[in-house]
Ligand binder design. Sequence first.
Ligand code: AMP
Ligand code: GLY
Length: 425
Amino acid sequence: MNILILGSGGREHAFAKKISESERINNLFVAPGNAGTETIATNISISLTDFHAVKEMVLENNIDMVVVGPEAPLVEGIHDFFLGDEALRNVSVIGPKKDGALLEGSKDFSKQFMEKHQIPTAKYKSFTSKTLEEGKLFLDTLQPPFVLKADGLAAGKGVLILNDVNEAKIELEEMLSNNKFGKASSKVVIEEFLDGIELSVFVLTDGKSYKVLPSAKDYKRIGEGDTGLNTGGMGAISPVPFANDQFLSKVEETIIKPTIKGLQLDGIDYRGFIFIGLMNVNGKPFVIEYNVRMGDPETEVVLPRIQSDLVDLFEGVANQTLEMKTYSVTTQTATTVMLVSGGYPESYEKGKEITGYDSIKDSIVYHAGTTSDQEGKVVTSGGRVMAITSFGNSIEEALDKSYRNIDKIAFDKMNFRSDIGFDLK
Ligand code: AMP
Ligand code: GLY
């Protein structure tokens, strides 16, 4: 099979590595990819949302399957584009169509979906600029902290959690009337604050059956002890110790099954990943959000734990034979630590040479924001630069390997969190 992966982060390098290990793969391409993916696949420089450029590439290279990494092409309808095109119709796309991608593309849609199918989530109401005053009155009925969410995609920045009701009213007005997050905040979901511990569960589905992938916890804040600005993710751990069999069976019964059933009842033919952001509130799981893709850096700990052939599972998704596919996961713990550019998630410099990573033997080095310069040197090209993943019999053992290997890697102004997993040990 010839496969094209869309994306350029650590998640896509992890997909590329796992797919390249499959017996089924002939030619593997990544668009646009990074300096890591180019060592195991062919990088193609195209924009992910330029569907016509993707089409040309797919036809030129006889691609059989497209694996979509990030949400934007899905929300913009890449899967629908393939199905609507005579020449592309038989190419499999791993990722939902526009209707399913709304689970991530619209918070209001996802809340309505959960309410309709009785999936546990925080109580909520949605408002537009026309109902701004009602929104302010609604805030008066709630207890702090107040949770305000832009309806649309806002690059992970669209959620505000505020302690002061007057501040919440000002922010609501900024979002609805002054386009704080552009079109994404023309509608705002206000919801009840859930007090608990977060984790993520990942599901792969062909629309009929599903496989529950390993759980993971990511560390989103830039600073140690979960302080400072939000980032795309500074590290991750899988499995999550408090997500024991009893908790996961509650997740399966009260969330995963009703989600798959709900999609079927609503006529949404969903083929791809569902990333369920959860809050464990005193042992009861609530959905914080759905994403319609894998997480980054969660993928860098989830995929290495999967022992089955990923391409075989993807074929099951495409042909709706997932139920018949064998699926197994190692019991070992995987941890990843993200190396980032100094200054990230605010402004940072690029083009810094990265040294020392290619001698590492007992960790997996996933590239994220890296590129090869004209002299062939690997340099930084983004905020999140590399994810260093290790296995162990415990969180400590795995992290110890990652941190020992990080000591060998260097680039100017390199930064990372030295306390990944601090709350789980
Ligand atoms: P989201 O983009 O919906 O995942 O929200 C971003 C982050 O805001 C989540 O990862 C949580 O840490 C936090 N959050 C979102 N909704 C709630 C809620 N209802 N209660 C508490 N924290 C929340
Ligand atoms: N690490 C969180 C995300 O991928 O959305």
